[in-house]
Unconditional design. Structure first.
Length: 400
């Protein structure tokens, strides 16, 4: 059984890693935007679209470098997200019904709000309604990093609330990816992925199964999913659901915790910054005002900056007002508003969904997505940090 002290240590380590990762993510995104608008822009975009072939036995696939990062490395990111979701459901905040209502309903409000605002902007002639899922997700790393910088002395339960909300957000985003961006799939390859998942689930019954077997199983599931036409993000989350939580020895972390702690630094400091570097770059050369302020860009930016805090804070206020839940212990209303603003930092997940909704063959739409994501996330970061810094400054000395 996982002890409370071990659970708190895992959560604390996670928060520290996310805080540091947010800084590196920002640097990677700025580097991408700088290169995309520099004399080396041709080399930057050329490298991203360079075809690369991977062959493992009978498996052969040729994709661009950008697609390998999106469909390959990001599957590992979604695997870790799946581990975090399973951990929270069984051992963490999502396991406690009394604490569950507030972040879950706030997360749902935070998905509906951006979608409504995006659609309001894009239902006019020339709009692109299919992009409504782009602003619905929150980037955990950026949001946690901004909270750590702006409010290091704010109540710890605010961080737990934000972390739990973002995890529920991620679960909703993965569901939308599976439902909306799987137009065609191959039955035989999908059956192969399901058989491989069954094998991983059975492997969990072997208490001392080598970790390498889980890794091999994940690669097989990923390969079948890639060939099936279903987003590999689903492969990551589904494979994570098969990883057992039970410890091999009493008082020790289980397989799930070992994988989560072992993979999370690589995801935070390597995979996500690499994805930001490949996905965030956009050029303003050749773009007119109609592109910079087009309906997609405005819908995404407004969805993140306005829709997210309205949805999160509005839903949280409703639940608290109806006495179905309480504010995070020690937190004031203005601090909850500041955290709601930080939820508008969509960055990684928004860019990922944007690539699915608007293929790079539609260059103008893809550029608008990136402009909207960067603008909306930046505005949410600055506004959220300003509110939280002001709220922290108004706290009496010694007030926790």
């Amino acid at each position: 059984m996982l002890t409370e002290a071990m659970a708190k240590r895992i959560t604390l380590d996670f928060l520290k890693t996310e805080s540091a990762s947010g800084v590196i993510l920002g640097a990677a995104a700025l580097a991408a935007i700088g290169l995309a608008n520099s004399p080396w822009a041709h080399a930057y975009f050329g490298a991203l679209h360079e075809p690369f072939t991977v062959q493992l036995g009978a498996f052969t696939e040729t994709l661009s470098v950008l697609d390998w990062v999106k469909d390959g490395l990001m599957a590992v990111f979604f695997f870790v997200v799946g581990l975090e979701i399973k951990y929270e459901i069984i051992r963490g905040e999502l396991a406690n019904p009394r604490r569950l209502a507030l972040p879950v309903i706030a997360a749902l409000g935070g998905m509906v709000g951006p979608a409504v605002i995006y659609l309001a902007v894009n239902m006019t002639p020339g709009g692109a309604p299919r992009g409504w899922p782009v602003p619905v997700a929150t980037d955990i790393a950026f949001a946690i990093a901004a909270l750590a910088v702006a409010g290091p002395k704010l109540p710890p339960n605010l961080r737990v609330f934000l972390l739990t909300l973002a995890i529920v957000d991620d679960l909703g985003a993965v569901g939308l990816i599976g439902l909306l961006f799987t137009a065609h799939f191959r039955i035989m390859e999908l059956l192969g992925a399901l058989l491989a998942l069954t094998g991983m689930a059975l492997l969990g019954r072997w208490r001392r199964a080598p970790y390498l077997l889980y890794a091999v199983g994940f690669v097989i599931v990923w390969g079948f999913m890639l060939k099936s036409g279903v987003s590999t993000s689903i492969a990551g989350v589904a494979a994570a659901a098969t990883i057992p939580l039970e410890p091999r020895k009493p008082g020790r972390p289980g397989v799930l915790e070992d994988f989560m702690e072992g993979l999370h630094p690589y995801v935070a400091f390597l995979i996500l910054p690499l994805f930001a570097f490949t996905a965030a770059g956009f050029t303003i050369r050749g773009l007119g005002l109609s592109d910079l302020f087009g309906p997609i860009a405005l819908g995404v930016a407004a969805g993140l900056f306005l829709g997210k805090p309205l949805g999160v804070f509005g839903a949280a206020s409703l639940v608290i007002g109806l006495k179905l839940a309480r504010r995070p212990t020690g937190a004031k209303w203005v601090e909850l508003l500041g955290v709601s603003l930080l939820c508008g930092i969509g960055f990684t997940m928004s860019l990922f969904i944007g690539q699915l909704a608007f293929p790079l063959s539609d260059a103008a739409a893809a550029a608008q997505v990136r402009i909207g994501v960067v603008a909306g996330s930046l505005a949410s970061t600055l506004a959220g940090m300003a509110v939280l810094a002001w709220a922290q400054a108004r706290r009496p000395p010694g007030d926790p």
